[in-house]
Design a protein around this ligand. Structure first.
Ligand SMILES: Nc1ncnc2c1ncn2[C@@H]1O[C@H](COP(=O)(O)OP(=O)(O)OP(=O)(O)O)[C@@H](O)[C@H]1O
Ligand SMILES: [Mg+2]
Length: 225
């Protein structure tokens, strides 16, 4: 059975698709088979996967880079969702969550080893977390701040907002994904900022993925990542 990681938040535009792609790219680069399940009818991950399949890295002017295989499937039919995910022959399934919490998200939560919740560093995002916490009771959750502004992050405030939510299964990650133009630059190649060898976003993603898999190992005693 694959290890299932859910990237969820009912708030739109916080980075669910971005984080899903980055996790998948990181794992795939390390030789693991990965399937991204796009549970969002918008199908951003499906579009990204289609671009990835047809755009060779050699077309990129900046680096020579071997493209790692990532399958992306669109599954947004609640009826068959659980069976379809469990039938996937792969080491890892990353579920790119939809903003709508009904149906699929509940199934997603039932399947995953861990839920990763991206939030932007805004109180509006943090105040809106009650709903996703309601939906993810009993599941270990990692909150990652995405689109953080380098050198100007007030982590104490974020920590205080999260403490107010009083959710025992929730951990704020030390790693943050900072605002970077390399995200939008890499999407057009069906890539992630891991593509840019000297980019700081690549380093951010590596630190984030290492921390996420370390937490998973500490929960399940298995070796991940
Ligand atoms: N760290 C970042 N730096 C710069 N741009 C980012 C970063 N993270 C995400 N973005 C951009 O923000 C936008 C929203 O990100 P994304 O699509 O991943 O969010 P989402 O939660 O999946 O949205 P939706 O709820 O619509 O599915 C995208 O254009 C993406 O490229
Ligand atoms: Mg999305």
């Amino acid at each position: 059975m694959p290890v299932v990681i859910a990237v969820v938040n009912q708030k739109g535009g916080v980075g669910k698709t971005t984080v899903s792609a980055c996790l998948a790219d990181y794992l795939s680069q390390r030789g693991h088979s990965v399937v991204i399940v796009d549970s969002d009818p918008q199908e951003s991950s499906v579009d990204w996967g289609a671009l990835r399949a047809k755009t060779g890295r050699s077309e990129h002017a900046l680096v020579q880079y071997k493209k790692s295989p990532i399958r992306v499937v669109g599954l947004c039919q609640p009826k068959s969702f659980v069976d379809d995910v469990l039938a996937l022959q792969t080491d890892y399934v990353i579920i790119d969550g939809a903003s709508n919490l009904k149906g699929i998200t509940r199934h997603t939560i039932g399947l995953c080893s861990i839920a990763i919740i991206p939030v932007t560093p805004s109180s509006y995002d943090l105040w809106a977390m009650d709903k996703i916490l309601d939906e993810t009771k009993g599941v270990r959750k990692l909150v990652v701040v995405n689109r953080a502004i380098r050198h100007s992050m007030d982590t104490d405030l974020i920590q205080a907002e999260l403490a107010r939510l009083n959710e025992p299964n929730l951990v704020l990650m030390n790693a943050m994904l900072y605002q970077s133009v390399n995200y939008s630059r890499s999407i057009i190649y069906g890539e992630t900022p891991i593509l840019f060898r000297n980019g700081s976003a690549r380093k951010d993603i590596e630190i984030f993925c290492k921390e996420a898999f370390k937490v998973m190992e500490s929960i399940e005693g298995a070796h991940y990542g």
